[in-house]
Write a protein that binds this ligand. Structure first.
Ligand code: FAD
Length: 285
């Protein structure tokens, strides 16, 4: 589907910068002007074609060069299945190493997104292959029952965690289903991070969690980063940045936007809120 046309443009444009790198750079620049760092993601997942994976790696290397050239405050975030997870392990590890290496040379931070539950072990293994680079972090999902074990293990190894609730449909064997339970687990994991980690990212639009994090940080005084997705609570993010907090906005771009938009749409069944966020002004000008 062409993101630059009609309905798709209206629908996806609230969340997705556009089809091209220039669109993402433009959005990043706007957020930078409000003291917010962009986390740029080139949309794409479940790629099972060597040429396409290599093209994706080249695209990320190009993004890194553009961030540098434009002197932007921006990080990047990768989906392991766009680099070969579930398809070709060697290509996956080489691709991640290549991107992290180039990003390190340019002083840019690289996040690993977390995808479906069956990829968690391999994603953590991938992360550990570059953990010593120090310019890379990993997303952990609070809806997964296993996450406390992963958070402890990653924290012990001095890893950097971006904590989210989780966006995929998972079975009750592996994941909490009830939003209250998910939020409770999020708070437990977050408390663990406050007690045991020096630096981590609170990635949520849940204002009660953000308020709690602010209060906990008065006690723990950690380097925490607050992150949100583009188009959900942009104006709130600007307010948070004005308070002097480290704020990040995840900015996806590219043609492969449907799965991303679908996940936003089904987000916890917040149908009314989603409609509200679609129609509400998200402009930060
Ligand atoms: C920076 C960042 C990176 C992420 N990376 C990943 C990842 O790698 N893997 C992964 O599985 N998930 C990822 N997510 C998504 C995350 O797992 C959740 O699906 C998403 O953030 C919604 O959960 P929430 O914490 O905002 O809480 P919720 O309880 O779902 O939402 C809290 C409030 O935020 C508002 N809100 C939330 N979502 C929407 C929406 N779509 N439209 C309108 N309003 C909304 C509503 O007011 C809602 O009441 C990421 C999220 C962020 C912010």
């Amino acid at each position: 589907m062409d993101i630059n046309n009609g309905f798709e443009k209206f629908f996806s444009g609230r969340w997705i910068a556009g089809a091209h790198i220039e669109d993402a750079l433009e959005v990043a620049k706007k957020f930078n002007s409000k003291n917010i760092t962009a986390i740029i993601n080139y949309l794409g997942e479940a790629i099972r074609d060597k040429d396409k994976i290599e093209a994706t790696v080249d695209r990320y290397l190009f993004i890194i060069s553009k961030i540098k050239e434009n002197n932007l405050n921006a990080e990047i975030s990768l989906k392991p299945t766009q680099l070969g997870l579930g398809f070709d392990e060697k290509l996956l590890f080489d691709s991640y190493a290549k991107i992290v290496g180039e990003a390190r040379r340019n002083n840019i931070f690289v996040w690993l997104d977390m995808e479906e539950n069956n990829f968690v072990d391999d994603t953590i293994k991938l992360y550990y292959s570059q953990i010593n680079s120090k310019n890379t972090g990993i997303c952990i999902q609070a809806y997964l029952k296993r996450s406390i074990i992963d958070v402890k293990d990653i924290t012990k190894k001095d890893g950097i965690i971006r904590l989210v609730k989780g966006a995929y449909k998972e079975s009750s064997d592996v994941a909490f289903q009830d939003m209250e339970e998910i939020t409770k687990n999020y708070v437990e994991l977050m408390r663990y991070l406050f007690e045991n980690s020096k630096r981590f990212m609170i990635a949520t639009h849940d204002l009660s969690i953000i308020e709690l994090a602010k209060n906990l940080n008065k006690i723990y005084n950690r380097t925490i980063e607050y992150a949100m997705l583009n188009g959900i609570r942009n104006r709130y993010a600007v307010r948070l940045a004005k308070e002097g907090k480290n704020v990040y906005i995840y900015v996806p771009f590219g043609e492969q936007w449907t799965k991303y938009a679908y996940r936003r749409l089904r987000e916890g069944g917040h149908a009314l809120l989603i409609l509200k966020s679609l129609f509400e002004k998200q402009s930060i000008d």
